[in-house]
Design a protein around this ligand. Structure first.
Ligand code: PLP
Ligand code: NAG
Length: 618
């Protein structure tokens, strides 16, 4: 940044629109409402030093300009922050997004159009935030060697009026044998249930035709003008980072939820987080360099299986019921001895902050910040894998009123307030790549998600995508666009997320009730999960009659086999060990409450209890 800069902006109060000004006073009310409903205590519990749900989310952002202007107004503007990151915090509202869209007018983005992510940002002062750090020093040789796809680049000329393309391999849509696609979906006007979606007032049939976005057709469609997206665009080749139409929605949603505190943040679509992680590991890790990925002691098995064949070493950092321990992370990195370890100091952390797979652990706000700070100190880049972020639940209560099932209607603002901040929300360095996925909150078969990271990293990722999957399927983009953009909008999508989390909360409660009722106390113990789909049960191996004679792995195998015999499948804790070559220190089993019906879940836990009792000869 230029040192000729003369203007100092102190970010204190900025968005002076009435909608935002109201936020500060409404947040106190919101926090009271939330605490009545148990959400504030959810956050208190999981974070320790967190005060209230509302206090945790950035509220105000305004600019006090103390410009001592002495050179041209066009001179580079340097932004200084009184103290960071707090003063970089801002928030936008759905109203702000709507106002920006109104100003922008219709999105014109035809076949293979390049999306300009910056043009989808709503916060007016985003350009004045400092830029992300550069990550050239940790890029793999493979990633650094990637060049832009010449054919995709050529598509930028397609928007020139009158241009006749004989250049690319884009087929003409007249040869696409699909005229339109339609789906029946819940509108959210009443409820989001299957019954509501089928009903007159709770559901809608949405459809996309082949030429909906072309002027000629739009003119005849009742004066509403042409659509912004259609099958001729969605089903043709597109840019690997995703269609502008979907990326606009994703960028807005991300700004609403994460409000990244640096200017050059960006987004791109992914073919789900599984593949995104594989691409990310190939951006940041080099087999020849002997690179290591840090993660929790117990980590998502697929992530471990992704790292292993790439020749990436994996180290598990100690954890508790809030996930990774920042002190252990710091100890590991501070004491790193390159010679003794035979590999360079790790520069990459993979973590699942909410409802971690497999342990169900959820990092509170203070925990997240502490992990981030340790990563800053040791210059570690963070991969934040968050498929369960929106499935954050109120605390489990054994003796809740039986009739308390239907949740009171929640506003989208309340919903956002109740969420623990993301790593991206305090990522002043741009050292986080956040992976979002539609899998757990919409449909896994969409094979679609998105990244939030600095422009440099998004660009490297997209270069890779151009030479492998070319981004998500046009069918998926079209279908999800119809739901989240056309039917629900941001407000409706947040309502949907609140609905989904309510459903999973009920499922969790049923599973935990069954555990309380049917598992041998004193042998099986757990922390009630505060997010996600997983319940992690510790079975005290020291109480086993064969303790000391048989290994933990042998006992775990015996219980697993007994479970299968009795008709229940649970996952063995050892499957998720980040370092399977290290001896196990405890015996664990993972159960998911995502799939089975209420009665089947209870029966399954009974069977699991029987298996444990039989092994323990009780
Ligand atoms: C932690 C975690 N990350 C990623 C995924 C996969 O997500 P996607 O369907 O987007 O590939 C899962 C699914 O189980 C998961 O638990
Ligand atoms: C799909 O296209 C056919 C043929 O043009 C038309 O009759 C039908 O109404 C369209 N369906 C929808 C849902 O638009």
């Amino acid at each position: 940044m230029s040192h000729r800069a003369v203007t100092t902006l102190l970010f204190r109060r900025c968005l002076s629109t009435p909608a935002t000004a109201l936020l500060t006073s409404s947040s106190a009310r919101t926090s009271r409402k939330l605490s009545q409903r148990g959400f504030a205590s959810l956050q208190q519990k999981s974070s320790g030093s967190w005060q209230t749900a509302a206090a945790g989310r950035p509220r105000c952002f305004s600019v006090t300009s103390t410009s001592r202007s002495s050179s041209s107004a066009a001179a580079a503007t340097e932004v200084q922050y009184e103290s960071e990151p707090a003063d970089r915090q801002y928030s936008i509202t759905i109203g702000d997004i709507e106002a920006r869209r109104k100003r922008d007018g219709r999105l014109v983005a035809g076949t293979a159009a390049m999306a300009d992510i910056d043009s989808f940002k709503t916060f007016p002062a985003w350009r004045q935030l400092p830029k992300a750090r550069r990550w050239d020093h940790i890029l793999s040789k493979e990633s650094a060697a990637r060049e832009p796809c010449v054919l995709k680049q050529a598509a930028r000329h397609l928007k020139k009026p009158g241009l006749i393309s004989l250049g690319g391999g884009l087929p003409s849509p007249e040869h696409f044998p699909i005229l339109n696609m339609s789906m029946r979906v819940p509108t959210g006007q009443t409820e989001f249930t299957e019954a509501a979606a089928a009903s007159e007032d709770g559901g809608a049939t949405v459809s996309m035709g082949k030429y909906d976005a072309s002027q000629a057709l739009g003119a005849t469609s009742g004066g509403s003008g042409p659509a912004e997206y259609d099958l001729s665009i969605a089903l043709n080749y597109g840019q690997s980072k995703g269609s502008a139409q979907m990326l606009r929605w994703v960028t807005e949603h991300t700004e609403l939820v994460c409000h990244p505190p640096y200017s050059d943040w960006s987004t791109c679509l992914t073919v789900g987080s599984t593949g995104a992680l594989e691409q990310a590991l190939r951006i940041f890790c080099d087999r020849e360099r002997g690179d290591t990925m840090l993660t929790e002691t117990y980590s998502f098995s697929t992530a471990l299986e992704t790292a292993a064949p790439l020749g990436i070493k994996v180290l598990g950092v100690e954890m508790d019921d809030q996930g990774m321990l920042p002190e252990s992370l710091d100890d590991l990195l501070s004491g790193w001895d390159v010679k003794a370890r035979g590999s360079p100091k790790p520069h990459l952390l993979y973590t699942v902050p909410s409802g971690q797979n497999p342990t169900g652990a959820t990092q509170g706000a203070a925990r997240r910040k502490a992990i981030y700070d340790v990563c800053s100190l040791h210059d570690v880049y963070i991969l934040e894998d968050e498929p369960y972020y929106f499935i954050q639940m109120p605390p489990y209560q054994r003796d809740r009123p039986a009739t308390s099932t239907p949740a009171p209607a929640q506003t989208s603002d309340e919903f956002l307030q109740s969420l623990i901040p993301t790593f991206v929300s305090f990522d002043v360095d741009g050292r986080v790549m956040r992976m979002d996925s539609f899998s757990k909150v919409l449909v896994p078969g969409s094979r679609m998600g998105w990244l939030t990271a600095s422009e440099q990293i998004i660009e490297r990722f997209v270069r890779h995508a151009e030479a492998c999957n070319q981004g998500p399927s046009g069918f998926s983009q079209a279908a999800l666009y119809e739901i989240v953009e056309k039917t629900w909008g941001h407000e409706g999508y947040l309502k949907w997320l609140a609905h989904i989390r309510e459903s999973y909360t009920q499922r969790r409660n049923i599973l935990l009730d069954a555990c309380e009722d049917h598992l041998p106390a004193g042998i099986v113990s757990w922390t009630p999960p505060a997010a996600g789909m997983f319940h992690w049960m510790k079975v005290d191996h020291t109480k086993h009659p064969d303790h000391g004679k048989r290994s933990i792995l042998e006992l775990e195998e015996e219980i697993f086999d007994l479970c299968i015999e009795k008709g229940v499948l649970v996952a063995r804790g050892s499957w998720f060990a980040a370092q399977p070559d290290q001896p196990q220190t405890g015996m664990y089993f993972r159960a998911t409450f995502a799939a089975a019906s209420a009665s089947a879940m209870t029966e399954a836990i009974c069977r699991f209890g029987e298996a444990v009792r039989e092994s323990y000869r009780l």
